[in-house]
Design a protein around this ligand. Structure first.
Ligand SMILES: NC(=O)C1=CN([C@@H]2O[C@H](COP(=O)(O)OP(=O)(O)OC[C@H]3O[C@@H](n4cnc5c(N)ncnc54)[C@H](OP(=O)(O)O)[C@@H]3O)[C@@H](O)[C@H]2O)C=CC1
Ligand SMILES: O=CC(=O)O
Length: 324
């Protein structure tokens, strides 16, 4: 007999068809206020879940007493309570690797956009305000040969270090749980403490996961350590930065600029002071958002769910393999 699964994201037809060959699928393009009760009802018989961009804490998953596996279409899994999943014996799978290069490309784009003031200057053209050759008040900052500081030297951190060192001749500093021989040998990267990195780097990029240890890691005190000319780029999770403190630092020109793909609350509120700041470049969480990569992520997540519900371990991309 087929197992029951709930799909809570719109995915390509072909991939939904693959799921339907293996499972009874209850599908939601997204979960919202209107279909929330229906979603909770579907959880009651669900053996598996697949989707992304939804907080699924214990109080929601309690409605799913038969749940065996969750396949998230993302590499990050901070929207789940891992301790609860472990306690309940629920397998969690994610989609690492397939999005690494695309996310690193986006991060480097955000570095360049922020340093070269791309949004601000593009709007001059679009608003018909480009009348003369631009003056020094609009000059940007060089990126090549500047020191990049990377927080978290995992898959995306390494791909970013490669772009910075090989493409832009940038000395690389990094902060990670442990030294990484590969980046030290190939990109001459130097392992340092968080405080050292914040004091020395010209461009600081966050590629850490959101955990209890990294939440608000970039606090008011840490922002105060950065150079006045520093650029801060976050392509990981918004809650790693104290956003109110960052807004103040940008308003007071305590640091030069920030490039943000992620925010404490998403979508960003239309009342956020960040929207008024010319020295903030804001993107709507698009790290992996290319047609090719999003398709690979869905394919990977579908494979993961089929394996999690139909195979014996070892299973790829298993976040909590301690759960049998
Ligand atoms: N903007 C977007 O659209 C996207 C955002 N992301 C975000 O990027 C994050 C990173 O992805 P990825 O590179 O694949 O993940 P990885 O797990 O490969 O890399 C994370 C790195 O951070 C290190 N780390 C974790 N906690 C700490 C800490 N407290 N101090 C220092 N280092 C730490 C890890 O070390 P160790 O292995 O020792 O724990 C690891 O090296 C994801 O978790 C996700 O949140 C990812 C894709 C797209
Ligand atoms: O934010 C995206 C992810 O894959 O994690």
């Amino acid at each position: 007999m087929k197992k029951n699964i709930v799909l809570y994201k719109k995915i390509p037809q072909e991939q939904q068809h693959r799921l339907a060959q293996h499972f009874n699928v209850t599908a939601f393009d997204e979960v919202n206020e209107e279909n929330y009760a229906e979603f909770i009802e579907a959880l009651k018989t669900a053996n598996g879940l697949i989707g992304s961009s939804l907080e699924l804490p214990e109080k929601i998953l309690k409605n799913a007493p038969h749940l065996e596996a969750i396949s998230t279409i993302s590499v990050g899994y901070d929207n789940f309570d891992l301790a609860y999943l472990n306690q309940q014996g629920i397998r969690l799978m994610n989609t690492p690797n397939v999005l690494t290069d695309t996310t690193a490309d986006m991060l480097f784009m955000l570095v360049l956009m922020t340093a070269r003031r791309a949004v601000e200057l593009s709007s001059l053209v679009q608003d018909g305000k480009w009348k003369n050759s631009i003056g020094s008040e609009y000059y940007g900052t060089d990126v090549h040969h500047k020191t990049i500081g990377i927080l978290g030297m995992g898959r995306i951190g390494q791909a970013l270090a490669k772009r910075a060192f090989c493409g832009f001749d940038m000395p690389v500093l990094y902060m990670s749980n442990r030294p990484n021989k590969f980046v030290e040998q190939h990109y001459q990267a130097k392992h340092c403490s968080l405080d050292e990195l914040l004091q020395l780097a010209d461009i600081i990029c966050i590629t850490l996961p959101l955990t209890e240890k990294t939440e608000k890691l970039i606090s008011r005190e840490k922002l105060a350590l950065m150079k006045k000319t520093a650029i801060l780029v976050n392509g990981a999770r918004g809650k790693i930065i104290d956003e109110a403190a960052l807004i103040e630092a940008l308003q007071n020109n305590q640091i030069k600029a920030a490039g943000l793909d992620v925010f404490e609350q998403e979508p960003l509120a239309t009342t956020s002071p960040l929207l008024q700041l010319p020295n903030a470049v804001l993107l709507p969480h698009i790290g992996s958002a290319t047609t090719e990569t999003r398709l690979k992520m869905v394919e990977c997540a579908v494979d993961n769910l089929i394996a999690a519900l139909e195979s014996e371990p070892p299973i790829s991309n298993w976040v909590n393999p301690n759960v049998k």
